[in-house]
Design a protein around this ligand. Structure first.
Ligand code: ANZ
Length: 980
C-alpha cells in the first residue's frame, strides 16, 4: 500500500497554479504542494509510527494552559530532558517531607473539628462529593476537586473560621456486588479493602480532612438513619408502592432508572433492557416539584446546573380537556378521553386525537375491526424506549382505533388514533392533535391524510399550513362555533387560551392544569448490596407495615450467594430466616421486603451526618445542624447536575418540613470542576496521495487520513502547532477522556512517587481554570515541580556536595525594602483574591512572580519569607510546613493567621511628577509614589525632553517633594550658557 502511494506521488507532478486563478479545491491542494505544505510520505514515514485514536474538538480542550506550563518547564523530550527532570526531582526532599508532615497531622489531629467549638466564630463547611470507593483506586480527576476544597479549607482555617471538611464513602452499589457474583468475595470485604486503599491514597495527598468524622453509607450506624428517613417519607405518604412499567435488565437482574438505559441497553455492561410492569416503591418527589423549582433561583450554583434541573422538572402550564368518545355511527359512548395541552387556544384546530399505546382506555374504545391492528401496534411500541419514541426525526407511525371523539368547542367528531409519539407517562397519555400548529402532528397528518386546519395566523400575515406547522403565537382565525357559542376569533393566542380555559371550566369540559416532566422516583433495586427497606408484609393480608423505629437499623443479612434470580425476585429472598418475621402488633406471620434502596439513597443526606457523625439518638443534633448548615461550598462533577443534586434537595426539603434541618436548601454554592483529559495528541492530515496537508488547508471534499505525530517532532508557531521539519504543516490537537481502554490513565500514586504530592496538588490547580476541562501534561507537572524546587532553594539553599540539604541559608535579618513589601503585599492580595474566587491557577502565577522577583534580591528578610510560606501553605502544605519549621516555628502553620494585604503597598503607586528646572516646569516623569530623590533625578535626566536642560550641567540644588514635585536648580554659569 505504501509503495503504491509513493509511486503515485512521484509520478504525478502537479504544477503550481497561476496567481490569477481562483483556488478551486484541487488548485488549493496544488498550491499547498508548491508551498511545501504537503510532505511526501517517504520523507517522514518514520515520524508517524505511533497511530492513535482521533480526538474531536468536542472532547478536546485547547492546550493553551499546558503551553503556559510547558514554558515553565518544557524543553524538548529526550534523554537530556529525562536526566534534567530527574535532577529536578531530587532538588528537594519531598519524599521525606511529605510522609513526615502527614504523620504529624495525623498524630496531632491537626484538622480535627472538635464537637465543642466556639460557635461565636464564623463557620465554613466545605464538602467534596464523596466518592464511590471503586476497585480502581483514585483517578487524577479526584484530586482536582479535593485539592480545590482543601485549599479553601486551609485558607478559611487560617482566616479564623471554624472549618468542617469531612470525607466519607458512598459505598453501596453495583460494582462490589458484580464482583461478588463473579468471585464469591463478599461485597463487604471488597468495599472495606477499597475504602482502605482510597483512604491511604487521600492521606498521601495531604488533604486536611477531619478523619474522625469519616462515614460510610454501608455502616449500619449510618444506614439506620437512611432507613429512618424512609419511614418518615412513608408516614407522610411520600413513599408508596405502585405497579409501574420498569426497565428490567435480565442480565443484571435489576430494574434500571431511565437514565441508566442508553439506546435500549444498560449503561453498565450494555445488556438488553425490556419494559416490564412491576410493583415498586416510589418516592413522591413530584409533590415537591414547585418548591424544587422556585428555590433554585436563590442558589449560587452554575447556571447550567440550575437550567438542567428546571428542564428536568419541566413545568408547563396548560389545560386538561375532555372529549366524549363516539362510535362509527356517531353514537356517544360512556367513555371520555382527557387530553393535556399547552395550547388550549388551538382547540378549533384539533383534527384528530391520539392516545398512547399504553393508554388504559385504549382496549375499551377500539372497534372490533381495528382491534387486531391496534394490538400488533401496541406490541411493537412496547419494545421501544421513550427516547426512541419521541425522537423528532423518527418517522411517525400510528393506527386508527375505529372510533371518534367529539370536540365540544365545535361539535365535530374527529378520529382517535393510537401512536407511539404520545407517551403514556406524560400528561394524560392522550393529546388533541393540531397539525397546523404542531410539527409532529403535521408530519402525522400528512402521512395519514388527516385534515389540517389553521387557527392561528402569524402577526405578519399569511401562512401555508400545508407546507409546515406554524407553532408560534399570533391572532386567532377559524375559531368560533354556534354549537358551543365559543368565539375566540381575533384574539391573541394568550387571550384566547385564557378564554378557552374559562369556557372549559364553565361548561365542565376541562380545567386549567400545570404539568411536570418530573416523575416520581423509583426507589427499589432487586439487588443485595443496598440498604434494606424497613417494611414487612403480613402474610395473610399482604398489607405493608413499617417496622418500628426502635428496631432500626434493620441490618443486611449475611449472604453467600448474591446472584439475582431470573424472575426478578431479589437475592435477599434467599435469606430465608431473615425474610420470615412476625408483625409486632398482631403477631401474625409476615415477610420482610426483599428489595433494597437504590444507590442514590445514602448520598441524599450524608452532608448532614458529617455535622454530627457519632450521634446515636438523632440523625443530626439540632444545635450542630443549625450552626453548620448549609454547606457553604460543595464541589463535584457536572454529571450529578440532576439526579444526586435533585434527590438530595428533595430529601432536605422533607427534613425541613419535619423540623430536622433549619435551612430550605442543603448546598449554598455548588461548583463543578472540569474533567481532566489525557495528554494532548498532535495529529496531521494525510491526503489520499500520501501527502501531509496543513490543517488550515484541508479540503472538505477529500477524505484524509489522520496520523499521530510524536511530541518531539512538533513545535509551537503562534497559536498553532506545526511540524518541526516543515512549519508549513499545521497540526490539530486533541485529547481523550482518560480510560483504561485507551491506555491514557494517569495514576496519582505514580505522580506522587515521582514528583511528590505538593507537585500534584499544585499542578492540578495550575492546569487551567478550575471549572474548565483540561488536558494532562507530563511536562506541565515538571514545570510546577521545578517551581517548588526553586522555592525550596530560595529559602533553604541548594544541596551541598554530599547531597544533604542545608537549613536556614536564607538571610533572615533586616527590614524589608519598599520594593519587597510591595511585591509581597501584591502577592498576598492576589493569592487571597484568587483562592476566594476559586481561580486557583492565577493564584499560583502570582506566587511564581513573587519567587522570580525574590531571586533578584540580595537579602531575604525573614518577615517577607515567612509571609510567603504562609501564602504557599494552602497549595503546597507539606513544603510550607517544613519551611515554617525550618524558619524556627515549633508548631504547625495550619492555624496561623493568613497574611492580609496592606492596601498601602498594593495599590499601583506611580504618579506623574512635574519636573521644574530653575522653577519653570519643563516636563513630567512617571515614578513610584515612594520613589527616592536620586531615582527621580535619574529618570528626569533620562527623559528625552528634560535631558536637554540637564545634560552636562552643574546642579546647584535639588528640591524634591515625593509624589509632588522635583525642582532642579542649575548653577548660574549654566544658565548663562543656556541663554546664549
Ligand atoms: C395541542 C397542541 C397544539 C400542542 C399546538 C402543542 C402545540 P410540554 O410543553 O412539553 O408540556 N403532549 C401532551 N401530552 C403528551 C404526551 N403524553 N406525549 C407526547 N406529547 C404530548 O408539551 C405539551 C404539549 O405536548 C401538549 O400541547 C401536547 O400537544 C403534547 F399547537 O396539545 B399540545
Amino acid at each position: 500500500m505504501l509503495t503504491q502511494i509513493q509511486t503515485f506521488a512521484q509520478l504525478h507532478f502537479i504544477p503550481s497554479p497561476s496567481p490569477s486563478q481562483p483556488p478551486t479545491p484541487l488548485r488549493r491542494r496544488i498550491f499547498l504542494f508548491s508551498a511545501h505544505r504537503r510532505l511526501p510520505l517517504r520523507h517522514h514515514h518514520n515520524m508517524f509510527s505511533i497511530s492513535s485514536p482521533a480526538l474531536r474538538i468536542t472532547d478536546c480542550i485547547s492546550s493553551r494552559v499546558n503551553d503556559k506550563i510547558g514554558s515553565v518547564g518544557g524543553e524538548a523530550m529526550g534523554e537530556e530532558k529525562e536526566n534534567a527532570s530527574k535532577q529536578v526531582r531530587r532538588a528537594y526532599p519531598f519524599h521525606e517531607i511529605e510522609p513526615k508532615w502527614q504523620r504529624y497531622w495525623e498524630n496531632n489531629k491537626t484538622f480535627r473539628t472538635p464537637d465543642a467549638i466556639d460557635t461565636s466564630k464564623p463557620k465554613f463547611y466545605v464538602l467534596d462529593m464523596f466518592p464511590y470507593p471503586s476497585g480502581a483506586g483514585l483517578h487524577v480527576g479526584h484530586p482536582l476537586g479535593y485539592t480545590a476544597t482543601d485549599i479553601l479549607a486551609r485558607l478559611k482555617r487560617m482566616q479564623g473560621f471554624n472549618v468542617l471538611h469531612p470525607m466519607g464513602w458512598d459505598a453501596f452499589g453495583l460494582p462490589a456486588e458484580q464482583y461478588a457474583i463473579e468471585t464469591g468475595t463478599h461485597p463487604k470485604i471488597t468495599t472495606i479493602s477499597n475504602i482502605n486503599r482510597f483512604r491511604t491514597q487521600l492521606k498521601s495527598l495531604g488533604f486536611s480532612y477531619d478523619w474522625d468524622r469519616e462515614i460510610s453509607t454501608t455502616e449500619p450506624e449510618y444506614y439506620k438513619w437512611t432507613q429512618w428517613i424512609f419511614l418518615q417519607l412513608l408516614k407522610r405518604g411520600l413513599a408508596y408502592r405502585a405497579e409501574v412499567p420498569v426497565n428490567w435488565c435480565p442480565a443484571l437482574g435489576t430494574v434500571l432508572a431511565n437514565e441508566e438505559v442508553i439506546d435500549g441497553v444498560s449503561e453498565r455492561g450494555a445488556h438488553p433492557v425490556i419494559r416490564k410492569p412491576m410493583r415498586q416503591w416510589m418516592l413522591k418527589i413530584t409533590a415537591y416539584a414547585d418548591r424544587l423549582l422556585e428555590d433554585l433561583d436563590d442558589l449560587d450554583w452554575p447556571e447550567s446546573v440550575k437550567e438542567m434541573q428546571r428542564n428536568w422538572i419541566g413545568r408547563s402550564e396548560g389545560a386538561e380537556l375532555e372529549f366524549c368518545v363516539v362510535d362509527t355511527n356517531g353514537l356517544q359512548r360512556d367513555n371520555k378521553i382527557t387530553v393535556y395541552t399547552t395550547r388550549p387556544d388551538t382547540i378549533f384546530g384539533a383534527t384528530y386525537l391520539v392516545v398512547a399505546p399504553e393508554h388504559v382506555l385504549l382496549s375499551s374504545i377500539v372497534s372490533d375491526a381495528q382491534r387486531k391492528q391496534v394490538e400488533e401496534y401496541k406490541e411493537i411500541a412496547s419494545r421501544k424506549s421513550d427516547l426512541e419514541r419521541t425522537e423528532l426525526q423518527k418517522e411517525k407511525t400510528g393506527v386508527f382505533t375505529g372510533c371518534y371523539a367529539r370536540n365540544a368547542a365545535n361539535g365535530k367528531d374527529i378520529p382517535i388514533w393510537v401512536a407511539d409519539y404520545v407517551l403514556g407517562s406524560y400528561g394524560t397519555g392522550a393529546i388533541m392533535a393540531v397539525p397546523a400548529h404542531d410539527t409532529r402532528d403535521h408530519e402525522f397528518a400528512l402521512k395519514y391524510s388527516i385534515p389540517i386546519c389553521g387557527v392561528v395566523t402569524p402577526d405578519n400575515g399569511n401562512f401555508s399550513y400545508f407546507e409546515k406547522a406554524y407553532s408560534g403565537e399570533g391572532k386567532m382565525i377559524n375559531s368560533s362555533s354556534s354549537v358551543s357559542g365559543l368565539d375566540i376569533n381575533g384574539l391573541s393566542s394568550k387571550e384566547a387560551a385564557l378564554r378557552v380555559i374559562e369556557w372549559l371550566e364553565k361548561t365542565q369540559n376541562g380545567m386549567k392544569k400545570v404539568n411536570y416532566k418530573l416523575r416520581d422516583w423509583l426507589f427499589a433495586r432487586q439487588r443485595y448490596w443496598g440498604e434494606p427497606i424497613p417494611v414487612i408484609f403480613v402474610d395473610d393480608t399482604g398489607e405493608g407495615i413499617p417496622i418500628p423505629e426502635v428496631e432500626l437499623p434493620l441490618t443486611l443479612p449475611e449472604l453467600d450467594e448474591f446472584t439475582p434470580t431470573v424472575t426478578g425476585e431479589p437475592p435477599l429472598s434467599k435469606a430465608l430466616s431473615w425474610v420470615k418475621t412476625v408483625d409486632p402488633v398482631s403477631g401474625k406471620p409476615a415477610r420482610r421486603e426483599t428489595n433494597t434502596m437504590p444507590q442514590w439513597a445514602g448520598s441524599c443526606w450524608y452532608y448532614l451526618r458529617f455535622m454530627d457523625p457519632k450521634n446515636s439518638k438523632e440523625l443530626v443534633g439540632r444545635e450542630k445542624e443549625t450552626y453548620w448548615s448549609p454547606v457553604d461550598v460543595y464541589v463535584g462533577g457536572a454529571e450529578h447536575a440532576v439526579l444526586h443534586l435533585l434527590y438530595a434537595r428533595f430529601w432536605h426539603k422533607v427534613l425541613y418540613d419535619i423540623g430536622v434541618v433549619s435551612t430550605k436548601e442543603p448546598f449554598k454554592c455548588v461548583i463543578n470542576q472540569g474533567i481532566i483529559l489525557g495528554e494532548v495528541q498532535y495529529m496531521a492530515y494525510r491526503d489520499p496521495d500520501g501527502y501531509l496537508v496543513s490543517a488550515d488547508s484541508v479540503d472538505v471534499t477529500i477524505e484524509y487520513g489522520q496520523e499521530r505525530i510524536a511530541e518531539e517532532n512538533v513545535m509551537k508557531s503562534g497559536d498553532s502547532f506545526v511540524l518541526k521539519d516543515n512549519p508549513n504543516i499545521r497540526l490539530i490537537t486533541r485529547a481523550h477522556k482518560m480510560s483504561k481502554s485507551r491506555g491514557n490513565v494517569i495514576n496519582p500514586d505514580d505522580v506522587v512517587l515521582e514528583y511528590g504530592a505538593d507537585s500534584l496538588r499544585l499542578y492540578e490547580m495550575f492546569m487551567g481554570p478550575f471549572r474548565d476541562s483540561k488536558t494532562w501534561s507530563t511536562s506541565g507537572i515538571e514545570g510546577v515541580h521545578r517551581f517548588l524546587a526553586r522555592v525550596w532553594r530560595l529559602i533553604v539553599g541548594s544541596p551541598s556536595p554530599d547531597g544533604k540539604f542545608k537549613d536556614g541559608t536564607v538571610n533572615l535579618d533586616g527590614e524589608p525594602s519598599m520594593e519587597q513589601l510591595q511585591c509581597l503585599h501584591r502577592c498576598i492580595d492576589k493569592v487571597t483574591e484568587e483562592i476566594e474566587g476559586t481561580r486557583f491557577n492565577t493564584g499560583i502565577s502570582a506566587m511564581m512572580e513573587f519567587v522570580n522577583a525574590a531571586y533578584k534580591w540580595d537579602k531575604l528578610p525573614k518577615s517577607v519569607i515567612e509571609t510567603f510560606v504562609l501564602l504557599l501553605s494552602p497549595y503546597a502544605p507539606h513544603m510550607a510546613e517544613e519551611l515554617w519549621s525550618r524558619l524556627g516555628h515549633p508548631t504547625s502553620l495550619a492555624y496561623e493567621s493568613f497574611p492580609k494585604a496592606n492596601p498601602a503597598y498594593v495599590k499601583e503607586s506611580t504618579v506623574v511628577l512635574p519636573v521644574q528646572i530653575n522653577g519653570k516646569t519643563r516636563g513630567t516623569i512617571q515614578v513610584e509614589e515612594a520613589c527616592t530623590e536620586e531615582d527621580a533625578f535619574r529618570l528626569a535626566s533620562l527623559d528625552s525632553k528634560l535631558s536637554k536642560f540637564l545634560a552636562g550641567k552643574n546642579i546647584k540644588k535639588r528640591i524634591y517633594v515625593p509624589g509632588k514635585i522635583l525642582n532642579v536648580i542649575l548653577d548660574a554659569q549654566n544658565v548663562k550658557v543656556g541663554q546664549r
